[in-house]
Design a binder for this molecule. Sequence first.
Ligand code: NI
Length: 387
Amino acid sequence: MPVLKEIAAYAEELVEIRRDLHEHPELGMEELRTSAIVAKLLKSWGITVHEGIGKTGVVGVLDGKQAGRTIGLRADMDALPIDEKTNLPFASKTPGVMHACGHDAHTTMLLGAARYLAQTQDFDGQAVFIFQPAEEGLGGARAMLADDLFGRFACDEIYGMHNNPNGRPNVVGVKPGKAMAGADFFDITIKASGAHAARPHESIDPIVIATSLVQQLQSIVSRNTPPTEPLVLSVTQIHAGSAYNVIPSECTISGTVRFFDPELIATVRERMQALCDGVAKGYDVEVVLDSRNTFDVLVNNEQLSQVMLDIAADVVGSENVEVMTKVSTGSEDFSDMLQVVPGAYCVVGHEGTLPLHNDGFILDESILPVGASIYARLIEQRGVGPQ
Ligand code: NI
């Protein structure tokens, strides 16, 4: 079975919805226009809508023709702080904000499935459409969970998906078990003592301390954790200084740690603190480490991973689904929802030429009806059964 024919019939409308969202991207927790469009469309199809869950999140609920199981489908809605350079006719009209991760497409796919299911009403159980804000490190999934998402909408299973410009077109992949990394974000502030650059001995130079500390942090992965365990520590920002001839008083270092093992991340956090304390003592300065866990490790339920692949095969063909064997060091906050309700998360390959988060990223819109059909089939197949 290819793309569902009812969905194929309004594929052009899905493109229009997606291009409108693309033209008007909104950052995490600011998705006011996007969530209003989502709510309006869901209501227009007769779906019960709950707004303001996790600030700008929207949940649609649709009952099937008879009782059954409750299946949740989730899409993310936020854009990134990137200045778009695609030259597309529907490029972002908001300077500095861009749908460079394709969440405009994810939202559109879920809307496409919702419309189809509302139209056909040919399924058992209940469909819960979860439109999530702020996936890009701003805690949208956790905000919805804090608003009792699954207490209010008790799902038996949940599913999510992401486009993949690095994959083969229309090939759907799921990595069973641990699939994507957990992430900590950290900031380290070195509070030292500034002076004239010509008289460095009157300062305690935070830049010298910071560059030393960055090197020491690299030794955690290379010397404190097993080489067989995937782990990443990347320093991504160093901020200090304002002039050629001034040694500043303060320097901040920021970055992220990506991990798959809870014991290992505990070791990393301990070592980071110890190294910060060490340079603080050694240089007689104050070093403040602020480290926050931002994403859980994404763990796909083993059985439901296969279920998702089998259902995707209905749409793209069994030759176009694959069990992925490698973990990704990227992170995804659907992981937080999967900690509460079992489910699976797939990637859908497409003809992109540039990676996600690139300012020239272009999404292949032919995956819109594919994603919508997979979402729809998940409800049709998984809603059947005792409540
Ligand atoms: Ni994304």
